[in-house]
Design a protein around this ligand. Structure first.
Ligand code: ZN
Length: 263
């Protein structure tokens, strides 16, 4: 039998001891030494129905609070991700693939199977000319991952190295650690940065760190594969071989070309 708690310091009869629906006098269940009295709950149909309504309302309230908490957490995750405000409202169904069904299918499959892709460290390589929506598509996928409970980080290559230099006089520990640790990393526009042997080795370190730990990375670029190799003279081959092994290619302009995934 459920019990209702009534704090009273007197054992005299009072309204709480009467069922407010059927008026029956309820028996005392327990009296604690400090005077708290527990009365039995009435089992008349009105009292039972009222308790059921209250239970349902409490459950609904709990559900709403949980949804609000999830929304807050998601908003915080998105705010922390570095995804620019301009790209925070993207949805895959709204993305213009310019009738490229293969690219659409690759992107859709990647999002649909994200948890498996995340576990296996599988990423995407988005290749296309300026203005073809590489950043848009990459951030849409990152938003999707965050909505599924993953953390994500958006990094614009053009500004990464200035940020690293300004942090701790060039050590860049916090920024790099957050890049290493995030659930899904977006490296936007590789090749756009001012390439030095330092920047090249940092890029390789990032790609290799995530490669070795099976962490998914989405890379966008307007460089072709051979141009990536040419651009990064020290680590180009190693970078490309890791990308080939872990990323599926999506062409956002020109002929569609899907890199064969190898596992
Ligand atoms: Zn009653």
């Amino acid at each position: 039998m459920e019990m209702t708690t009534v704090r009273k310091n007197s054992l005299a009869l009072h309204d709480d001891q009467l069922c407010k629906y059927c008026g029956v006098t309820l028996p005392i269940m327990t009296i604690f030494s400090e005077g708290t009295v527990f009365y039995a709950q009435c089992n008349c149909s009105e009292a039972v129905a009222q308790r059921e309504r209250e239970d349902a309302a409490r459950q609904e309230q709990t559900k709403i609070l949980r949804q609000h908490e999830e929304q807050r957490r998601l908003a915080r995750r998105i705010a922390d991700s570095g995804v620019p405000a301009r790209y925070r409202d993207g949805v895959l169904s709204g993305f213009d693939f310019s009738d490229n069904d293969k690219s659409r299918k690759t992107a859709t499959d990647y999002v649909t199977n994200f948890s498996t892709n995340a576990k296996e460290g599988r990423g995407l390589l988005l290749i296309g000319d300026v203005g073809r929506g590489k950043t848009r598509l990459a951030t849409i996928i990152a938003l999707h991952a965050m909505q599924s409970g993953y953390s994500a980080k958006y990094v614009a290559m053009a500004s990464l190295f200035d940020r690293l230099k300004s942090e701790f006089g060039g050590i860049g520990g916090d920024i790099l650690n957050s890049i290493f640790a995030t659930g899904l990393l977006v490296l936007d526009d590789i090749g756009k940065e001012n390439t030095t042997s330092w920047s090249e080795s940092v890029l390789f370190q990032i790609i290799n760190h995530r490669y070795e730990r099976l962490q998914p990375t989405i890379i966008t670029t307007n460089l072709g594969i051979e141009n990536i190799q040419a651009r990064y003279r020290q680590c180009g081959d190693a970078i490309v071989s890791r990308l080939f092994e872990t990323c599926t290619g999506i062409m956002l302009t020109g002929p569609d070309r899907r890199m064969e995934p190898t596992r």
